[in-house]
Design a protein. Structure first.
Length: 217
């Protein structure tokens, strides 16, 4: 029953997506934001083309990492194109792709990444128990083979800066070469996103509980 309620609440949150999760975020300390939220009317000629592309896929405006990235529109455009591939065109199945993003979000204790992507992972079919155990900073205990490979591959690569022969051999049994490269790419990309969000002091929308509490490991 608890699992069903948890999955339902995540599914509801997923409806708002990434942009709704971040558009109205403000610094956790209550001080002035490092990057005040831009609107389309404020964009320069160099920023506007990227802003228009973002608006085509968002009904709530320019939020999340795009707000600080808009200050560097060439970089922002390059990353927008990368985000598009790694979210919607990647060779990695959506459930496993979102799992990899959550692993990075948990490592970084990224409030926005977890708030935005836990519902998306649940919607993609990742078991609620896996999400809950990962959030508790535990290796999930009941993973399918492909899920365990994603967890071990991403965790080993990001914490030891290498992938052992054993882990790589396991990955080769369930993924092809493109999927292994794409999995590595999405993990690295969301480390960058976590860095951007941390630097900009983005947090969850007003009135929403941050996923990770102060003092929580």
């Amino acid at each position: 029953m608890k699992t069903a309620i948890f999955m339902s609440s995540l599914a509801i949150a997923a409806a708002s997506g990434w942009f709704a999760a971040t558009m109205f975020a403000s610094p956790a300390t209550g001080k002035e934001p490092r990057f005040p939220q831009l609107t389309m009317d404020q964009l320069s000629d160099a920023q506007r083309p990227l802003g228009e592309q973002i608006m085509k896929i968002s009904s709530v405006g320019i939020g999340g990492p795009y707000n600080p990235l808009m200050r560097s529109p060439v970089l922002g455009q390059r990353l927008f194109d990368l985000f598009h591939y790694l979210r919607w065109e990647t060779s990695v199945p959506t459930k496993l792709n979102e799992f990899a993003i959550l692993i990075i979000g948990r490592q970084w204790r990224s409030q926005v990444e977890w708030y935005a992507h836990a519902p998306l992972a649940a919607k993609a079919g990742l078991n609620a128990d896996i999400i809950a155990e990962l959030k508790a900073n535990k290796r999930p205990s009941s993973m399918a083979e492909d899920e365990a490979v994603v967890y071990d591959f991403v965790t080993e690569l990001t914490t030891t800066q290498k992938v052992s022969d054993e882990t790589y051999a396991r990955a080769k049994k369930v993924f092809n070469d493109q999927q292994i490269v794409d999995l590595t790419g999405v993990a690295g990309n969301y480390i960058m996103v976590a860095m951007m969000l941390a630097m900009a002091e983005e947090t969850v929308p007003p009135g929403k509980e941050p996923p990770f509490k102060v003092g929580e490991k």
